[in-house]
Design a protein around this ligand. Sequence first.
Ligand code: SME
Length: 155
Amino acid sequence: MVRESRVMADLTQFLARVSGATFRERCQSICKELRCADQRYDWVGMYWLEGDSLALGPWSGRHATEHTRIPVGEGVCGAAVREKSTIIVDDVQSDPRYLACFLETQSEIVVPIFAAGRIIGEFDIDGVVIGAFGEQDKVFLEALAANIGKEWPGR
Ligand code: SME
């Protein structure tokens, strides 16, 4: 059980380190800060939902991904939109939904971002060890996603 007051305190501290004058710049800073704050977050990206596909937005990582557009019917990223919930994959090799990106990726967490009750995008974070992500990551990233959803300027 992760205490809500602790999560909100962590979130406040985290947001104090985020910079940028525009929503876009702040999202880019969030990706970088997440990766800097926690070594388990090896690749951090945000995808925006555009119709039936997810378009790559800001990201921070060692390599660029070839998956710059993912149909909602594909990947763990697409599954999180269909299920409207966070998905944690402990071992990507054993998940048939997984769309391979980087050789070193072993685990993944995908967290939808909602604005006014609708999914507008998601976080996609890769880890280099099996089982890198758990309940604490889910709770923190969902709180962060809620904050981003409130700031979303719309299309
Ligand atoms: N692994 C994701 C694809 C995106 S890359 O990891 C950046 C998926 O299965 O949807």
